[in-house]
Ligand binder design. Sequence first.
Ligand code: SF4
Length: 328
Amino acid sequence: MKHKVLFYEELQDKIKCKLCPHNCIIGDNKFGICKVRTNSDNELFAVNYGEVTSIAIDPIEKKPLYHFKPSKNILSIGSFGCNMTCSFCQNYEISQNKPKTQYISIEELIKTIQTLENNVGIAFTYNEPFMWYEYMYDTAKKIKEYNKNIDVVIVTNGYINEEPLIKILPFVDAMNIDLKGYTNRYYNKICGAKLEPVLKTIKKCNEYCHVEITTLLVNDENDSLEETSQIAQFISDVNKDIPLHLSRYFPRYKMQNEATEIEKIIKAREEAKKYLNNVYIGNVQGVDNNTYCKKCGKLLIKRDGYITEVYIKNNKCSKCGEELNIII
Ligand code: SF4
């Protein structure tokens, strides 16, 4: 559905979109880089408002969020469009193309959430949620007016300008933000973006809600120990307790490098653990992804694939009383 959007400026015969750091200048009947925001008679519209390409009930661990409502499910929903062009995109069918959609109203979504068991709320995910800004904002706000205990989660590349980010954050409970690498070379060449705005987003979100970070380690591109170390040090300066998910890359879409060696990912985790309290591995079976108390080593959360057992009461370690950064 076509819907008038927020955050733009009218120029002489063009429009400047101010939602994300691309700040596209868009001529009449043209689209921005995201392919969802368009200039029509000198007004800016999103063409994907309420248009859903994917909807599913996922374990929250799949987002991935490991320290937020562990073992619960979350209704996960996505549209189409993205402001990055990652060569390895796992969801390129919906991020770079316009597939078939179904319109779902906000009222329908809220009704659905209420009928689901073991479900904590809604996650905006699959494509880039900020390219669905107005629908996501309207939904998050209405959900919180209706029942503030329903959680709102965003899984994002973090490429958003500060003004729209600050507007939506009061309605958001948790985010997983990709930090795709730690060089502009990588962000430019592989993702069609810049590093600095993502770092700013991470810092800002940490002031408002629960944050976890994901880095896909791509063979021979961003998987040096030095780069992992820089990523971990940056996160540690923001908040040492932010969980970092180091995920294994497999060939996909335009990127044909071989899959990243598991040994490299294990070494990267050891490196990141020098700076961070919680570092997990994604897309690799048979590794220890449990959570242990950082003070006494007690097992707090046991994970086997998406089967999760939680051994926490009152957000404290039951053995040594250490305060935990886990929202249950
Ligand atoms: S949201 Fe889309 S149109 Fe707006 S600046 Fe970003 S890429 Fe360009």
